[in-house]
Design a protein around this ligand. Sequence first.
Ligand code: NAD
Length: 361
Amino acid sequence: MIDRRVFIKNLGLALGAAYIPHTSFALPSAKLKVALVGLGRYAKIVADNMKDSGLCEITGLVSGSPEKLSSWQKTYGVPSENCYNYENFDNIKSNSQIDLVYVILPNSMHKEYTLRAANAGKHFIVEKPMALNAHDCLEMINACNKARVQLAMGYRLHFEPYNLEMKRLGQDKVFGPVRHMETSLGYDSADANNWRHKIALSGGGPLMNLGVYCIQAARYISGEEPLAVSAQFGPKTAKPELFKEIEASITWQMEFPSGALCNSTSTYMSSIDRLYASADNGFFEMSPAISYGPFKGRTHIEELHFPEINQQAAQMDGIAAYILAKKPVPSHISGQEGYMDMKVIDAVYKSAKSGGKRVRV
Ligand code: NAD
């Protein structure tokens, strides 16, 4: 039986109210002081949406562009002494006005700035994908353990009501055990000059950028870790000049210990944004499921209706609540979660490169 009133209350959500994280401990009164590293498109979305955050404030900025720093400084009211470039970033260590660094740079730079933030004694959030491979993720986790700082992933969907409902329906076996899943994300990407098309900066194509969400969804719906994968690169496209360094699309299958299977695609060739789960006694699905919404979801019984929330503010407050209270962030949003996803990504690429051989994760 689905009791969505209880579910929404447990999320700490109320229609028309700001997001308040639901924790077993008292929420702190101080705010977490956040520096954004990399002032690109997603950093702008995060910065603008932080207006609804109850527990975080932007107190620092890091960019290689003096013009960008100056204009962001004015927009978000950040003092000059809290602005850094990539060369003097390490001086952040002595700045008590910054508690946490949010790394929103191209994928290949996540590891370097994570290690530098840890060395500076700052907590940090890293955008997806956590790094270029699982080995680098472990290095990042070890560095923050050594520095006694916390690492959280920028996984906004762990705070989003429709996705949390998918997780609940799957993990609580509301319609019986899940047997089959499909999780896919894609869009038409036509800008060959974007760093996402350069392997040295992106580490790969749509699998790195979008596939990480498909793996996440299969993992949080099933509550299991994939045992093995088989993968196939999509065909070369009508626009090969766009895909000289990266795959245009990739499809893969994940096998889970319970016997559940998931079929996933991530692509830069067409629009797709869905997840579907079939269980013994019914099904549940979402489309759109992963983008910024508005989301649509249903089960075999009914349409689902949840509030559309400010995903970035919810994520920031959900993480800040733990860091301010000096409690470890829950494992499902920690570096361990990013590492588990990267292990699957590594296996998917290995399988696709071998022509589709089954690879154990
Ligand atoms: P972007 O290209 O808009 O911004 C990247 C920023 O990095 C820019 O400010 C750019 O100046 C800076 N930069 C520094 N060195 C660079 C270099 N050598 N090449 C290119 N840029 C360089 O990218 P974005 O969309 O903001 O993505 C940044 C990160 O955020 C990525 O890891 C991406 O996967 C992630 N992201 C997450 C979400 C989400 O919903 N969680 C959404 C979009 C992007």
